[in-house]
Design a protein around this ligand. Structure first.
Ligand SMILES: Nc1nc2c(ncn2[C@@H]2O[C@H](COP(=O)(O)OP(=O)(O)O)[C@@H](O)[C@H]2O)c(=O)[nH]1
Ligand SMILES: [Mg+2]
Length: 284
């Protein structure tokens, strides 16, 4: 396996070429977006870096960051947190910066932007610009308990390349269930992704951690910027020969969601159908 090391300056140049640093397109016509936050470069490394993609998360983010830092500062490994805001129309970046300024210095919190809209683009940006040994992300609603990191780190330290939370593997449970429509869509999505990501029961849970070189290797071939990016990333990891460990979790649906069933649902199914067509072309 070739290990690809991308320095932050290279990433910034590539990002700027692909996506000029303009105000990201708003995802909805709800309101005028705020100015994007500056892309910081060359973050220091740690044992673990947690990225939190955040879209209009000004109300949930302070509690999430507080809880995350509280947990991480008591762990035997060193950690950093990076919030990625791209296109929020509320004060997500301002709120995150305020928390960052007052956070426990043992767990630095940073805020970065991303020229391209979408959760996938935000996560990709954070992971590719990290210097930490292990990197990953979880959702700003803490639907997967932050304590899951303890088991995730045990697997990573034992040599796992990818450890992902799963709501559909034996031992998992729903503390708060999703609305019926999301459950139905989720079931259809799982059926569709079964042949793309082999042996994985849940590609969509927002909690995934990786050995950095492994995920960097996979991410350079990833293009999906929306909610279906996980499928492509997991497929690329498997394609490069990496195993994926699924951790059963006690998952809670958080009331609010930025996932728009029509807009994001159609885009996600479309992205997966494209991956299936590409896989079929390869097979023939
Ligand atoms: N940076 C960024 N984060 C996003 C975007 N869309 C969703 N997110 C984040 O992705 C995570 C999952 O979104 P959420 O609304 O909880 O969706 P759900 O769990 O699928 O219902 C949250 O942390 C969101 O703030 C986006 O376009 N950009
Ligand atoms: Mg959520």
């Amino acid at each position: 396996m070739t290990v690809i090391a991308l320095d932050s300056a290279t990433l910034d140049r590539a990002d700027a070429r692909q996506h000029p640093p303009t105000v990201p397109a708003p995802r909805t016509g709800r309101s005028t977006p705020t100015r994007p936050v500056a892309i910081t470069s060359a973050r220091a490394g740690a044992d673990l870096e947690v990225a939190i993609p955040a879209y209009n998360e000004a109300s949930r983010l302070p509690r999430t960051l507080e809880r995350t830092v509280e947990f991480l500062r008591d762990q035997p490994w060193s950690s950093r947190v990076v919030v990625v805001d791209n296109g929020s129309s509320d004060d997500t970046a301002g709120v995150a910066r305020a928390v960052a300024r007052s956070a426990d210095p043992r767990v630095p919190v940073e805020v970065v932007g991303c020229a391209r809209p979408g959760k996938g683009a935000a996560v990709r940006r954070a992971l590719l610009s990290s210097r930490s040994r292990f990197v990953g992300f979880f959702d700003a609603d803490l639907a997967t308990p932050v304590e899951t990191l303890t088991t995730a780190m045990e697997h990573l330290e034992r040599g796992a390349a990818a450890v992902i939370a799963s709501r559909h593997t034996p031992g998992a449970c729903f503390v708060e269930t999703q609305p019926a429509g999301r459950r139905l869509g989720g079931a259809a999505f799982r059926l569709l992704t079964r042949n793309i990501v082999k042996g994985v029961h849940d590609t969509q849970c927002g909690f995934k951690f990786f050995e950095r070189h492994a995920v960097t290797h996979a991410l350079v071939n990833c293009r999906v910027t929306g909610f279906a990016f996980d499928v492509e990333l997991l497929r690329c990891l498997q394609g490069s020969g990496f195993d994926i460990v699924e951790l059963p979790v006690a998952w809670s649906h958080a009331g609010e969601s930025s996932f728009h069933p029509l807009r994001d649902g159609v885009a996600s199914f479309g992205a997966v159908l494209q991956m299936q067509r590409a896989a079929a072309r390869w097979a023939s």
